[in-house]
Design a protein around this ligand. Structure first.
Ligand SMILES: *[C@@H]1O[C@H](CO)[C@@H](O)[C@H](O)[C@H]1NC(C)=O
Ligand SMILES: *[C@@H]1O[C@H](CO)[C@@H](O)[C@H](O)[C@H]1NC(C)=O
Ligand SMILES: *[C@@H]1O[C@H](CO)[C@@H](O)[C@H](O)[C@H]1NC(C)=O
Ligand SMILES: *[C@@H]1O[C@H](CO)[C@@H](O)[C@H](O)[C@H]1NC(C)=O
Ligand SMILES: *[C@@H]1O[C@H](CO)[C@@H](O)[C@H](O)[C@H]1NC(C)=O
Ligand SMILES: *[C@@H]1O[C@H](CO)[C@@H](O)[C@H](O)[C@H]1NC(C)=O
Ligand SMILES: *[C@@H]1O[C@H](CO)[C@@H](O)[C@H](O)[C@H]1NC(C)=O
Ligand SMILES: *[C@@H]1O[C@H](CO)[C@@H](O)[C@H](O)[C@H]1NC(C)=O
Ligand SMILES: *[C@@H]1O[C@H](CO)[C@@H](O)[C@H](O)[C@H]1NC(C)=O
Ligand SMILES: *[C@@H]1O[C@H](CO)[C@@H](O)[C@H](O)[C@H]1NC(C)=O
Ligand SMILES: *[C@@H]1O[C@H](CO)[C@@H](O)[C@H](O)[C@H]1NC(C)=O
Ligand SMILES: *[C@@H]1O[C@H](CO)[C@@H](O)[C@H](O)[C@H]1NC(C)=O
Ligand SMILES: [Ca+2]
Ligand SMILES: [Ca+2]
Ligand SMILES: [Ca+2]
Length: 848
């Protein structure tokens, strides 16, 4: 076997490769207010009514009823007006004093594998007294847009507590109305109810009496009304310890409504030193024994009015401090006079609420109260994951609803206290994004903590048989502040239902010019994907028009696994860079390949428009459905202020092959000699065949393509040593022909050419290349006029073939056999890309 040389030239491919089959011209757009962040999330959706694009608008309802919402936008029906779903109205958690304003409904939006979708409002809150907790909420919406249920994990407010107010009513208290006002306000800060806080009141002077039994009022307004007209006890003596002891012994009795095992709190309000001071130690000891937490409030009004000495005041204060529980600074208050009591209501109220939150020993301070559950969400057949970045003081966690039960990991579940001695995990925002991966060993869960140890990290874990978290791998970010792990996407490239790749976004990754270019890390074959490098334009930069800070593309803000766009059997990936080009934004498409991803993007979709009405194009991406019924997945891209649906165009495959007849010519033989015009020489026939196949399975329409091809003989030489035989005896080295080819058919064309005499009689020893034959072909008459097509018309696809002369004669054994991929539309076909064994293009050497 000998080496023959063959060159294929595919110059045009390099330019083709920058634009693939997502049609950038004819998208379907939906618009909404930019200030509502309309387009922050997008999902493709289908139900019995048809196909939809769901669009999240987390600040919808401005200014007064700003709750956020989700819009449904019909696709392929008469109008494409988006309709607000009004989700916040029915999104509700029973028994909470909900705060839906600013809940950012729709900032998380994921479709459910079993139909319907989840929409979350991570800023959903509720009130416990004056305290405003942000638990977040997610709502489960059916495929017919009805809310099925809403859920979150929250700390119940007003855990059960029995609170007895021990009220000094001696004559020195003045005016009494200040006391009732204080009580009124204080009670307003509590969550009163039979399952929450119960309030009892004991008043004293010289004697003691029960004013309110703990079980007497089950709601705040009734108690307030009662307290409004509470009479002053009166008396000339201040028997504080009698009051306290009576409260301890009697007010906290089950007969008066005390609930066994419930937290006991006493609030003692007095304005003077007691007359039964000698009982202090005994009474306080008994209180300690009964586990009664005591707040002492010293009212100095009478001391002021009587102009008592400093030492007397200090003695009084000491006594009340001694009544109060440890730590004293949290349990003791003093006020200058009765009117000033109202000033401590907020502080006292929140300290008591803090007790409520911490009562019971399964919980500790600030756990899920600020969790923002639903900051991110992921649904799979294995359950639902909700990121809760605010949990555990913004260290974060992931709440899981699995078939094996709900899982709320403890505060240390994702951390190793031995390895993480310092504050690495402090406010790490674990749960910023959540994903899952299917492996042959079962389901893996993945979450990102973009602020972990400043560089961010990704935790990959599974659940053991007891639903406990077992960390299997940790991926670390490499640059401080890059927000590594804030965006996660798993990809099953080859569709075997096993995850092949994990893509991790670090959208704030700094480029060389201190600009937030962003990066995406591809795990399995670890490498990074980057955006087109843009120069950073700051306010200070000279000679650039960009004015929006920050600069940098923020590539990786959205990463979407999209179903095979180019019909090669491998799923693809789209990555958003919403800050690119002066905050207009752009999306990059990458093609899947085997079990990985091609490193170079195949298409760059810039935002259309003026960059004013819609900004941050590429903030959200979803592409899992065919929305126009042509069998090819379409891609929905959201910015802020709008979202667009891009149609993917069909891909056609074209095989071109060339054979020769005779396949071998010996120059010494004369059997292939022919005569044409007045010339006599060796003649040969070339047979050029094209087969054309549209890749989508559309049985209905047979598409056709209008083709042209040109064959040039001996194209590498200035003058040809062969010419085609034509009737008009023109002896052209070149022939051009148009033809129409139908989907699934093969078209062959035969041409005869004649060698020039000088060529035939060259010395046999010479091994110079004899002839190069070039075939160019392209699609004719396309009216679509896309960017791609223009480029193609300028430079059609072509390949060259060298024929070598040998001792035995001319070898025509090379067969051109190249497959090209085209993009088709309803009316036209585009050349897009050559598909053939890459080793053929790289080097000119080929073995036959
Ligand atoms: C909602 O946000 C607006 C604007 O930030 C703010 O003025 C308003 O107080 C917020 N409402 C609640 C209930 O937090
Ligand atoms: C959502 O509703 C569906 C249908 O009722 C139910 O099967 C699913 O468990 C719900 N999901 C959650 C997380 O509650
Ligand atoms: C909300 O509830 C009302 C009354 O039950 C119902 O008519 C409406 O369809 C519900 N809306 C959603 C989005 O579930
Ligand atoms: C408070 O409880 C005591 C003891 O059970 C009872 O005698 C008294 O009537 C109750 N007072 C009120 C107002 O319910
Ligand atoms: C309070 O008493 C002190 C001495 O005990 C005296 O100097 C002062 O003037 C008095 N103040 C008033 C307002 O009576
Ligand atoms: C307060 O208690 C401490 C020790 O428990 C004691 O030394 C002190 O004398 C007490 N003060 C008063 C005013 O009772
Ligand atoms: C709560 O604490 C008590 C006593 O400290 C202990 O006996 C009980 O097991 C604890 N309960 C829980 C749920 O931890
Ligand atoms: C959050 O992480 C910090 C740093 O490790 C730790 O000190 C703190 O206790 C954590 N907070 C909670 C509520 O677990
Ligand atoms: C956190 O960062 C510091 C310095 O950047 C590094 O030395 C340390 O190992 C990191 N800790 C963890 C747990 O990765
Ligand atoms: C051309 O290539 C295709 C696909 O690679 C192959 O099926 C076909 O047999 C080849 N044709 C010739 C003539 O070699
Ligand atoms: C091909 O050419 C014919 C005739 O010029 C025209 O009618 C037809 O629309 C063309 N087809 C395509 C797909 O461009
Ligand atoms: C490409 O050609 C080489 C050498 O002939 C062969 O080993 C390889 O399998 C081919 N690759 C494909 C994808 O056909
Ligand atoms: Ca796979
Ligand atoms: Ca693909
Ligand atoms: Ca489609």
């Amino acid at each position: 076997m000998r080496n023959l040389y063959c060159t294929f030239i595919f110059a045009v491919l390099l330019t083709c490769v920058f634009s693939f089959n997502v049609d950038q011209k004819n998208s379907l757009s939906f618009s909404g207010p930019l200030e509502d962040m309309f387009g922050y999330t997008v999902q493709q959706f289908e139900n019995s009514e048809g196909k939809w694009v769901l669009i999240g608008s987390p600040l919808s309802g401005q200014p007064s009823k700003r709750t956020g919402d989700v819009y449904k936008c019909p696709v392929g029906r008469d109008n494409n007006n988006c309709i607000k779903l009004e989700l916040p109205k029915n999104t509700t958690i029973p028994n909470l004093r909900e705060v839906k304003e600013n809940m950012t409904m729709g900032s998380t939006l994921v479709t459910n594998p079993k139909g319907g979708f989840l929409a979350c409002g991570p800023q959903y809150g509720y009130k416990c007294g004056p305290q405003h907790f942000i638990s977040g909420v997610c709502t489960n919406v059916s495929s017919s847009f009805q809310i099925l249920n809403s859920f979150t994990k929250y700390q119940e407010c007003g855990k059960e507590m029995d609170l007895v107010i021990v009220l000094d009513g001696s004559n020195s208290i003045y005016p009494w109305s200040s006391i009732t006002e204080f009580l009124n306000k204080f009670i307003g800060r509590l969550e009163i109810g039979p399952k929450q806080t119960q309030v009892g009141i004991v008043s004293y002077g010289e004697t003691v009496s029960h004013q309110v039994n703990l079980s007497q009022f089950d709601n705040m307004p009734a108690l307030r009304d009662f307290v409004q007209v509470l009479p002053q006890h009166t008396g000339t003596k201040t028997m504080t310890f009698l009051g306290i002891d009576t409260a301890r012994e009697e007010a906290f009795m089950p007969e008066r409504g005390a609930r066994p095992g419930v937290k006991k709190v006493m609030v003692i309000v007095t304005d003077g030193e007691s007359h039964d001071y000698y009982n202090l130690q005994k009474v306080i000891k008994a209180c300690e024994h009964d586990d009664i937490e005591r707040f002492g409030i010293a009212v100095l009004g009478d001391y002021g009015r009587q102009n008592k000495s400093l030492s007397e005041v200090q003695k009084f204060i000491k006594e009340i401090q001694n009544i109060s529980s440890e730590p004293i600074q949290d349990h003791f208050f003093n006020v200058s006079d009765e009117a000033a009591l109202v000033n401590i209501v907020d502080t006292l109220g929140s300290r008591i609420l803090a007790l409520e939150a911490t009562s019971g020993n399964s919980t500790s301070p600030i756990q899920m109260e600020m969790s923002q559950t639903g900051f991110s969400a992921h649904t799979s057949n294995e359950g639902v994951l909700l990121g809760a970045v605010g949990a555990y003081e913004w260290n974060g966690t992931v709440v899981m609803y699995t078939p094996g039960g709900d899982v709320v990991p403890g505060k240390d579940a994702f951390f190793d206290p031995l390895k993480e001695a310092r504050n690495e995990r402090l406010a790490a925002y674990l749960g910023y994004d959540v994903q899952s991966a299917s492996t042959s060993e079962g389901e893996l869960y993945i979450t990102g903590a973009p602020r972990y140890n400043h560089t961010g990290r990704v935790v990959i874990y599974r659940l053991d048989e007891n639903n406990r978290i077992v960390i299997s791998q940790i991926l670390k970010g490499e640059q401080i502040g890059s927000y590594f792990g804030s965006v996660l996407q798993t990809v099953d490239v080859d569709n075997d239902s096993l995850t092949d790749l994990l893509l991790v976004g670090a959208p704030m990754y700094m480029g060389p010019e201190k600009d937030e270019q962003g990066r995406v890390y591809v795990y399995r074959l670890k490498y990074t994907l980057k955006p087109i490098n843009q120069s950073c334009c700051t306010l200070q930069s000279a000679g650039c028009t960009n004015k929006n800070e920050p600069c940098g593309a923020r590539f990786g803000t959205a990463i979407a696994a999209v179903t095979d766009l180019n019909l090669d059997g491998y799923n693809d990936v789209a990555i958003g860079a919403p800050f690119e080009n002066d905050h207009r934004g752009a999306v990059y498409i990458y093609h899947g390949d085997q079990k990985s991803l091609k490193k170079k993007f195949v298409q760059h979709i810039p935002a259309g428009g003026d960059g004013e009405k819609v900004k941050f194009f590429g903030q959200s991406i979803h592409g899992v459905m065919d929305l126009n019924g042509d069998g090819i997945t379409d891609i929905t891209i959201g910015g802020l202020g709008g979202a667009s649906l891009f149609w993917s165009r069909d891909v056609a495959e074209l095989h071109a092959s060339m054979t020769f007849n005779p396949s071998k010519v010996n120059l010494q033989q004369i059997e292939h000699q022919c005569e044409h015009g007045n010339r006599k020489s060796i003649c040969a026939k070339t047979n050029l065949c094209f087969t054309y196949r549209v890749k989508s399975n559309q049985p209905t329409v047979k598409t056709t393509a209008n083709m042209t091809y040109t064959i040039t003989l001996d194209s590498l030489r200035a003058t040809s040593r062969a010419s085609f035989i034509s009737k008009d005896l023109k002896n052209d080295r070149r022939t051009t022909q148009k033809f129409t080819i139908m989907d699934g058919t093969k078209e062959c064309m035969e041409k005869t050419f004649m060698m020039s005499a000088s060529c035939v009689f060259l010395p046999v020893q010479s091994l110079t290349l004899f002839s190069a034959q070039s075939v160019q072909f392209s699609v004719a008459d396309c009216k679509c006029g896309t960017f791609m097509l223009k480029a193609l018309h300028q430079r059609p696809l072509s390949f060259n073939q060298h024929l070598e002369r040998s001792q035995e004669g001319l070898h025509h054994r090379q067969r051109l056999n190249v497959t090209h991929l085209f993009q088709t539309g309803s009316a036209c076909v585009h050349h897009m890309k050559a598909l053939h064994n890459r080793t053929n293009t790289n080097k000119s050497q080929l073995l036959w």
